[in-house]
Write a protein that binds this ligand. Structure first.
Ligand SMILES: Nc1nc2c(c(=O)[nH]1)N[C@H]1C(S)=C(S)[C@@H](COP(=O)(O)OP(=O)(O)OC[C@H]3O[C@@H](n4cnc5c(=O)[nH]c(N)nc54)[C@H](O)[C@@H]3O)O[C@H]1N2
Ligand SMILES: Nc1nc2c(c(=O)[nH]1)N[C@H]1C(S)=C(S)[C@@H](COP(=O)(O)OP(=O)(O)OC[C@H]3O[C@@H](n4cnc5c(=O)[nH]c(N)nc54)[C@H](O)[C@@H]3O)O[C@H]1N2
Ligand code: SF4
Ligand SMILES: [Mo]
Length: 751
């Protein structure tokens, strides 16, 4: 006998529905795509089938680990773990206060039921007593999109998505959904949808220094030199204007400001002028513009390759400028604002930004003086904040589902700094490159031991859906759930000895506080309501209660009883395949825009002030070779490399380079090469391939699993190298403070 469970895969933004078979002995059997899932209709990728392996992985921590004086981690009871957290954390708090503490919020936080709903508790409680800021890989990721969303649309998480199923001309820049499955764009089977564009007579153009599997499936691949998309996009815009291809779009009439100013800024960037630096011939640039103008529903989409580069903000901005100029924004087949099925606290504007418009650089980092951007500093500020003496030095760090030792540029200094902390508390499921430094590792639950409901990603989804999954396995013994771990750490920051924190009371404080502020603040879904009644209306405990809140305050919800026919978590639970609520719609601009002028504000000082830096780029001598990043379908950043079924096949941690560059360096396929940058050097095998643009090499991130003190046997046997040993910590997209991990000058030679 075996039982079948229906769940949503928590591994990526595609949010696929899966069927998981479990036998009587509690072993996970087959995992298949759920054909009755209203959202994904049976789609899945190889990572989804690996959830059972993740659950059963013998290296996955089931007990807390404490580092002994000999530097070795040993399993302890939860009571012992809490006592050890108190022992290392309390002196820091007593001596230097919460300003000596910070939190690193890792990527899986956004995909995990407990962590996504309760990370705000530990950060909020820390900040209430003086914690200055927190860190995350957002500044090696989508921060330019957050900046552009805040400035153009008024919301830092506001980013319209390409209407893949109705466009007839899609231009993809710096994204490879064949590997990533889509990012800030939630849709199962993105590649299938791109194929469908061509099948219905449309075209797909991929702008990328690498002929990726996405580019192979496209109508055309346009190789571009890394970090030069902004030059290319300005030239496209300028061509549209010059050739009279810009039309008025009725649906945007009166809803856009600043286009004339942007066109003036585009003036110097002629196709002829940018052809050299971008590597895209002038006539090809003109054709890009003409094809966009000729299409009936064109749209551009950019992701990490246009964010994590020297001109990430300008590139991201110009993608939206073009979508506006082409009339694609808020038009069917263009760039649409999804209706998230549930409301999320992430949609709130920070309380100190009540006044219209976003402000940047309100504070500066202590050591290098980096300006704050949307509440964060570049993640590479963290090591110097730990290592530089003086008031405000970071002495204690809580990492939550993050692996900064691998994922942050200038990885050697991050690794060194992590090893020098007075207290490193890691909420994490494995002993890896980061947690090996931890004084205490507090394990979370496996992906099959907790329920699931996505939050943020429905904001970027091609349909409005809602789904809930129950855990496949119950939590064993006295193990706390991850939200309870975070509340206990929050309580400790507030001053209670860790073992004595009253977790249910902290939960009441956190959820009660959230509801109260929603009732007391203007412009929230609870403005003016009675907080006690609102709180009493909610069902469940822990994250379930917050999921109930989100659903009920969302566009389809019952508004806590005010719309009795609306949805609640209890009603959603009656639909194990989820609920399909609405398709992607046009005509949402008035509802979405929250800029001071109420229009899409295309110009801002933060953006135009960066244009001179781009102009200077025109005359810069091109370096011989530059380094870029890539992803693989069977990896997930740094943490799926311990799953045997995902590690089959050829070595994936290789240096891709073009035959011309291999010849020049005297390298042949498979040979060990040394790659050097101003930051460091690593040695790894080369993979010679014409899929690379000449002059550009590509390395995956998330490897380098050979560090002593880790406990991931399979990953260790396929260690690879940490590409972030090569990426400098100060090569930045200036306006957003995002690290450039694409376009880094490098040299390659036989090892
Ligand atoms: N299987 C798998 N899926 C994942 C992840 C994973 O690690 N593995 N990670 C998840 C995460 S955290 C994220 S953020 C998303 C990211 O999702 P995507 O943005 O789709 O990321 P990548 O697959 O890395 O594709 C980035 C592309 O940008 C190209 N590129 C590099 N530099 C430039 C440049 O200067 N200009 C242009 N035009 N292109 C450039 C690269 O060659 C690469 O093909 O994926 C998510 N999904
Ligand atoms: N050179 C280069 N660097 C990059 C990138 C790049 O393209 N190039 N991409 C960047 C991007 S987009 C991202 S998002 C970051 C990722 O940066 P991080 O978030 O720092 O790293 P991950 O590899 O996602 O690490 C996830 C951690 O969470 C743990 N974990 C997994 N599941 C759970 C869980 O359910 N609970 C708990 N408590 N822990 C869990 C894992 O063991 C691992 O330690 O890397 C960035 N770094
Ligand atoms: S694409 Fe793969 S990893 Fe992403 S949600 Fe679907 S099955 Fe999971
Ligand atoms: Mo990411």
């Amino acid at each position: 006998m075996s039982r079948e469970h229906r769940i949503t895969c928590p591994l990526c933004e595609a949010m696929c529905g899966l069927r998981v078979t479990v036998d009587d002995a509690g072993r996970v059997g087959r995992i298949t795509g759920d054909p009755d899932d209203v959202w994904s209709r049976g789609y899945l990728c190889p990572k989804g089938t690996a959830l059972g392996h993740l659950h059963e992985d013998p290296d996955r921590l089931r007990q807390p680990m404490v580092k002994g004086p000999d530097g070795v981690h040993r399993p302890v009871s939860w009571d012992q773990a809490w006592a050890e957290v108190e022992r290392v954390l309390r002196p820091v708090l007593d001596e230097d206060g919460a300003s000596a503490v910070t939190v690193y919020v890792g990527n899986p936080v956004a995909h995990n039921l407990s962590l996504s709903r309760y990370i705000g508790a530990v950060i909020g409680m820390g900040q209430a007593v003086g914690m200055q800021t927190y860190y995350s890989p957002a500044t090696v990721d989508q921060w330019p999109l957050n900046v552009v969303g805040a400035l153009l649309f008024g919301g830092m998480w506001e980013a319209p998505v390409p209407d893949l199923d109705r466009t007839d001309h899609l231009v993809v820049l710096g994204a490879n959904p064949a590997a990533s499955q889509g990012s800030m764009l939630s849709a199962p089977d993105v590649l299938g949808r791109l194929r469908a564009i061509r099948e219905r007579g449309g075209s797909v153009v991929v702008v990328d220094p690498r002929r990726t599997r996405t580019a192979e499936q496209a109508s055309e691949w346009v190789p571009v030199r890394p970090g030069t998309d902004a030059l290319l996009l300005f030239a496209v815009l300028r061509t549209l204007a010059e050739e009279g291809l810009l039309r008025d779009h009725d649906h945007l009439h009166g809803k856009v400001s600043g286009l004339a100013e942007v066109l003036a800024l585009a003036e110097p960037f002629t196709p002829e002028r940018v052809a050299g630096p971008t590597g895209v011939p002038a006539d090809r640039i003109r054709r890009l513009a003409r094809d966009l103008a000729a299409a009936s529903s064109p749209v551009l989409y950019g992701r990490i390759g246009t964010c994590t580069q020297e001109f990430g903000t300008l590139s991201t901005w110009l993608i939206f400028v073009l979508n506006v100029a082409l009339g694609a924004v808020d038009r069917v087949g263009g760039s649409l604002f999804p209706i998230a099925g549930a409301w999320s606290p992430m949609f709130l504007k920070p309380p100190d930004q009540d006044q219209p418009g976003w402000r940047f650089g309100r504070t500066r980092s202590r050591v290098r003086g980096a300006p704050e951007v949307l509440g964060q500093y570049p993640v590479t500020c963290l090591p110097e904040e730990i290592e530089t003496p003086g008031p405000g030095r970071i002495r204690a760090l809580i990492t939550v589902a993050g692996n900064p030792a691998v994922s942050a540029p200038a990885a050697a200094s991050m690794d060194r700094a992590l090893g020098s902390l007075d207290a490193l508390i890691a909420v994490d499921n494995w002993l890896n490159e980061t947690t090996r430094h931890a004084h205490v590792v507090l394990p979370g639950t496996s992906p099959l031991e907790h329920g699931h409901a996505d939050d943020l990603y429905w904001m970027y989804a091609l349909r409005s859906c809602l789904k809930w999954s129950d855990p496949v396995f119950p939590l064993q013994g006295d193990r706390p759930d991850e939200w309870e771990i975070l509340l206990r750490l929050g309580g400790a920051l507030l001053g209670t000895p860790v073992p004595e924190v009253d977790v249910p009371a902290m939960d009441e404080m956190y959820v009660g506080g959230l509801v109260q502020s929603l009732c007391a603040t203007a412009g929230t879904p609870l403005t003016g309501r009675d907080p006690d009644a609102a709180l009493a209306a909610l069902a469940g405990t822990g994250p379930e209660r917050l999921v109930d809140l989100g659903i009920r305050l969302g566009p389809f919800g019952d508004s806590l009883g005010a719309r009795p026919d609306g949805l609640t978590l209890a009603r959603l639970r009656e639909h194990p395949g989820g609920l399909d609520l609405a398709e992607l719609q046009a005509g949402r601009l008035d509802e979405v825009l929250s800029t001071p002028s109420g229009t899409i504000e295309l110009v801002h000082d933060l953006l135009s002030d960066d244009v001179p830096r781009l102009l200077a780029r025109l005359d810069r001598a091109e370096p011989g070779l530059v380094l870029t990043s890539r992803r693989h379908l069977r990896s997930n950043n740094s943490w799926l490399h311990n799953v045997p079924s995902l590690m089959k096949g050829a070595d994936r941690c290789t240096l891709l380079l073009h035959p011309r560059d291999a010849d020049a360096a005297g390298l042949v396929d498979g040979q060990l090469a040394r790659i050097t940058t101003t930051e460091g050097e690593v040695e790894l095998p080369v993979q010679v391939s014409a899929e690379m643009m000449p002059g550009v090499v590509s390395l995956p991130h998330g490897w380098g699993h050979d560090r002593p003190g880790t406990r991931m046997a399979v990953a260790h046997a396929h260690a690879g190298v940490n590409s972030n040993l090569l990426n400098p910590g100060d090569l930045l997209d200036v306006p957003s403070g995002t690290l450039a991990v694409n376009g880094v000058p490098c040299s390659v030679a036989p090892a």
